[in-house]
Structures are given as structure tokens and as C-alpha cells.
Design a protein around this ligand. Structure first.
Ligand code: 13P
Length: 249
């Protein structure tokens, strides 16, 4: 049984005061949770303040992006050393919004994963197909290519995978539990090729319009080990309900 992993991706939302307000009301509501990893990925500007408040709690900090070099003349970028320095233990890499709007290729994603892990960060590695790819029967192909190319020489011990079908992100259109399980199982089989022997211990999260209403049915799937939540993670009460999804046996 893999330990559930529930992560909030706030994307480009929340000022520092808004982020701190969230943390102050959210933390007490999950302080009893000992059977899941809880992670929050705020925007860069809120990392420092939130890190101070999370110290000693059961909630861990993630960044939403990282650059693939450690330092130098890369105006506007943030290095893995800086993320560790500010208190991050995780970083999101390969999110479809980065691939789509910022031209991140599998090669860039792979460089980011390797440098993040080299500096001690755990990576939440995102993969997922677009609607066009799904409708043209290329879902498995896309998932396989992104997984194999993205994880070249990556460290299995510092890795969580997130399956986020692009057509389900921010659309209110969730994958059915059957669709999610099918994709997760395929990803796990692909992971067996990359990490023979370790694939069964890697957590695979589902992301794409997860809500308090649909989290239980998704988490009941054999290969769904957690959730990566966007919109429904912006309010403390809805994210708390997702963290406290109904545990099976
Ligand atoms: P939504 O939950 O808003 O669909 O976003 C999912 C996501 O992209 C999380 O990384």
C-alpha cells in the first residue's frame, strides 16, 4: 500500500497576505492527519513566508518551477539551490502549462528533474495527453514518451509522478475513475521499464478538476495514489476535504 500524497498547485494565484491567510486556517484542519503526505505549491513570492509557518508541521513545501542550472546569468530564473535555501522539499516539473505556454520539451523537463534531484529536491513529475492526442488514439504513446524521456537518469527515490490529462485541467471535466486507472496502470508499467524493481513503490497522483466530491472515487482506484489539485486547493475548506478523503481498507 502506497502512502497517499495530496498536493496543492496554486498556479499564479494569491498574494503573500492571501497565502498566509490560507495557511493559518488550513493547518489546524489537517494537523491530525498522519497517514498522508500533504504538500502545497504556492507561487515563488509566497514561499519564504509560508516556509516559516510550515516549519515543524505535517505540511511540506513545493515550488511550481525550477531552472536547469544552479546559478549564473539567467535573468528571471530561480535555481534549485535557492528553492532548497527557502525551505522547499519538492518542485513541480513538466506541468502541461509549462509545456504548452513556455515551450518546455521533454529534454528541458529532464534537465530540470536531474538538477533538482541533485540538489536534494523531490520532484513531482507531470505527464498527460491533450484532447487531440486522446481522440486520435495517441494517449499511451504520449504518456510513454513523456515518461521515458523525462526520467532519463532520474533518481527514483526523489520522485512522484502526476498524471494530468490536459483536457481535464481547469475544465471541470474530470477523467472517470476507469480512465484514470487505465492511464495510471499504463504509466506504472512504463515505469517498470525505467526503474525495474521500483515501479510498485512510486506514487502516481491524478490531477485535473479534482474536487471534494470526486476525490473518493479517484482515490479508490488501485493505481491512483494521490491527487494534484489546482482550483479546489485555493480554498482551505475544500483542500482540507480533499486531504481528508474517505480512506478505504
Ligand atoms: P485543476 O484542479 O484546476 O483542474 O488543475 C489541475 C492542475 O493542473 C494541478 O497541477
Amino acid at each position: 500500500m502506497r502512502r497517499p500524497f495530496i498536493a496543492a498547485n496554486w498556479k499564479m494565484n494569491k498574494t503573500v497576505p492571501e497565502a498566509m491567510d490560507f495557511i493559518y486556517s488550513f493547518l489546524p484542519s489537517v494537523e491530525e492527519v498522519t497517514d498522508a503526505d500533504i504538500v502545497i505549491a504556492p507561487p515563488f513570492t509566497a514561499l519564504f513566508g509560508i516556509a516559516e509557518r510550515l516549519a515543524g508541521t505535517n505540511v511540506r513545501l513545493s515550488a511550481q518551477n525550477v531552472f536547469y542550472e544552479e546559478k549564473g546569468a539567467f535573468t528571471g530564473e530561480v535555481s534549485p539551490l535557492m528553492l532548497v535555501d527557502v525551505g522547499c522539499e519538492y518542485v513541480l516539473v513538466g506541468h502541461s502549462e509549462r509545456r504548452q505556454y513556455f515551450g518546455e520539451t521533454d529534454d528541458i523537463v529532464n534537465r530540470k528533474i536531474r538538477i533538482a534531484q541533485k540538489n536534494g529536491l523531490n520532484v513531482i513529475f507531470c505527464v498527460g495527453e491533450t484532447l487531440k492526442e486522446r481522440e486520435s488514439g495517441r494517449t499511451y504513446n504520449v504518456l510513454r514518451t513523456q515518461t521515458v524521456n523525462g526520467l532519463k537518469d532520474a533518481d527514483v527515490k526523489k520522485l512522484v509522478v502526476a498524471y494530468e490529462p490536459v483536457w481535464a485541467i481547469g475544465t471541470g471535466k474530470t477523467a472517470t475513475p476507469e480512465q484514470a486507472q487505465d492511464a495510471h496502470k499504463y504509466i506504472r508499467n512504463t515505469l517498470r521499464e525505467v526503474y525495474p524493481g521500483d515501479a510498485d513503490s512510486i506514487r502516481i497522483l491524478y490531477g485535473g478538476s479534482v474536487t471534494p466530491e470526486n476525490v473518493d472515487s479517484l482515490m479508490a482506484c488501485a493505481d491512483v495514489d494521490g491527487a494534484l489539485v489546482g482550483g479546489a486547493s485555493l480554498k482551505p475548506d475544500s483542500f482540507e476535504k480533499i486531504v481528508n478523503f474517505t480512506r478505504g481498507n
